[in-house]
Design a protein around this ligand. Structure first.
Ligand code: 13P
Length: 214
């Protein structure tokens, strides 16, 4: 299982989380990545943790003020990027452009979607992975894998029907090791989570719990 910790714009210490994620990954052998604010990518990557961007724009170099350039996040130390997170939604053509921009910069890609139908659509764009995250469960206390297991299994089927090579992750409300195991049993090969770690009093303990059943 791959565990991707999205720090969003939460007021946590990105270095504290990154250091804990690096150590727990090393100790457990579980792949864990941290996705900080773009401005924090460089110092998070310097900790040695696998570092992802939260978003990249479709454009390349040029007159694009305010854009998040795939080449720039890669240069800062990111090795992957989320695209079309529920809190940073894009039009289909721009998702396609962002996947291509990320690939040009050698970034691994994970395109997020709200439901299994959208998973099928974005899987067709050829990302490395897709992640189903029902918006109504994001930030809540109940894991998607418990609240609506059919969303996860249907997302796995939808992606497989389009492209067997696209990995399927799930996210929303995941906070415990049991949630991670349940997601794995439903066919997900990774999870995205945010508040369970970013808002935890002890991010290291939260991460240790997440990997405890793997
Ligand atoms: O949006 C998410 C991860 O990208 C999920 O957020 P929560 O883990 O806070 O529900």
């Amino acid at each position: 299982m791959f565990i991707l910790v999205n720090l969003k714009a939460y007021p946590c210490d990105p270095i504290e989380v990154a250091t804990a994620a690096r150590d727990v990954a090393e100790e457990s052998g579980v792949r864990i990545a941290v996705s900080p604010q773009a401005a924090d990518i460089s110092r998070v990557a310097d900790t040695g943790v696998e570092t992802w961007a939260q978003h990249v724009d479709p454009n390349g170099h040029g007159s694009h003020t305010g854009s998040t350039l795939a080449e720039a996040v890669a240069e800062a130390g990111a090795v992957g990027t989320l695209i079309n997170h529920s809190e940073k939604r894009l039009k289909l053509a721009d998702i396609d452009g962002s996947v291509q921009a990320a690939e040009r910069a050698d970034l691994e890609t994970c395109v997020c979607a709200n439901n299994p139908a959208q998973i099928g659509a974005v899987a067709a764009l050829g990302p490395d992975s897709v992640a189903v995250e029902p918006p109504e469960l994001i930030g809540g206390d109940v894991s998607v894998a418990t609240a609506d297991p059919g969303i996860v299994t249907d997302a796995v089927d939808a992606a497989a029907n389009v492209d067997d090579d696209v990995a399927v992750y799930c996210g929303a409300g995941i906070s415990t090791g049991d949630d991670v195991v349940t997601a794995e049993e439903l066919g997900a090969s990774g999870i995205l989570l945010a508040s369970g770690v970013a808002k935890a009093d002890d991010p290291r303990a939260a991460l240790e719990d997440l990997v405890s059943g793997l």
